[in-house]
Write a protein that binds this ligand. Sequence first.
Ligand SMILES: C[S@@+](CC[C@H](N)C(=O)[O-])C[C@H]1O[C@@H](n2cnc3c(N)ncnc32)[C@H](O)[C@@H]1O
Length: 371
Amino acid sequence: MPFHDYMEWVLHDPEHGAYGSGRLSIGPRGDFATAPSLGADFAALLAPQVAQWLGLLPAEGPLALVETGPGEGQLAQQLAEALHAGWPELARRTELVLVEPNAGMAQRQRQRLHACPLPVRWTAFEALAGAPLRGVVMAHEVLDALAIERIERRADQWCRQRVVQTGARLSLEAGEPLDGPALEPLQSLGLLPLDGSRPPGWCTELHPGLEPWLAACGGALSEGWLLVIDYAHEARRYYAPQRSRGTLMAYRRQRASGDPLLEPGLWDLTAHLCLETVEAAARAGGWQPLGSCRQGEALLALGLAQRLHALQQEPASRLAELLQRRECLLRLVDPAGLGDFRWLAFHRGSPVSGQAPRPQPAPLFLSQPPA
Ligand SMILES: C[S@@+](CC[C@H](N)C(=O)[O-])C[C@H]1O[C@@H](n2cnc3c(N)ncnc32)[C@H](O)[C@@H]1O
């Protein structure tokens, strides 16, 4: 089968998929840790940004905080608590809307969010298209879970990789050649024409799921912001000749592997995003890119250093907890780890006709306001 279909299946099959079955668990004691799973400081730092965006929307009417791919539900719960505590007027108008296609994960989210201070519902982007919302969409480590197309250079052509089963053994092989419209993304990424620097066997990824995902997400929002936080590289780094195996990785029980065929349905599979591909797909879906930066820069702009410093004022009786929080805060900005994640902001929608145009938002985390 094509690698794309294999990845879709091992992650999202309702019975056998790692997310579909709800088998994967996220957190320092689970299969892999994400920023929100390290503690509530990440959401506390992000909350003023979300509140600023919500506050720029019309002063009356309902608002939505949408989280897509909420995993264990930590970020949703923590952001709802931070909004409720710090911006009660906004929180009174805000509904938490969760978009999670995997029933196994949604079940755990329901348990975590049973006492959420905001009204909560689970839905799909497509179901919102008839009555789109105003608000903010969060996509934290979600787009890296969309199935990718793995392609390989053979002699003078590009081929889709496929997964082949021989007895009990799985292997990757070059499959059908790419031609016609399938070659267009390679053209825009500078992989065509080839200058001979990609030898036979060189492989990488394409992201066919991004455009439909961003279009569906856009259809769910009449006006508002999308914040994508994920592993990402610029195209020149993503598709550099020396990155000959792409970015695909597998994670399970705090172990990482470059082999995507290990124990299908037990490992998380994830590929980085290409910044230019995300931006092009976002524009096609009606989103205006506002800019991007590294997580380290974003969190420092949002007050991480002050939060770190404030830990010193806390009573020494809570030393163990404070040391753990300090560790987590430093991990969030570690340039060799989570600090290298990218934050990408997008806006869509125009004011209702007859109203004065609203000012373009200057996200708190971007040092340069968008032009
Ligand atoms: C790597 S986990 C991230 C969880 C959480 N956002 C965090 O950072 O801890 C990916 C999440 O995205 C969900 N997911 C996978 N495909 C998705 C899709 N097409 N739309 C929305 N969510 C998806 C998975 O079920 C899982 O909840």
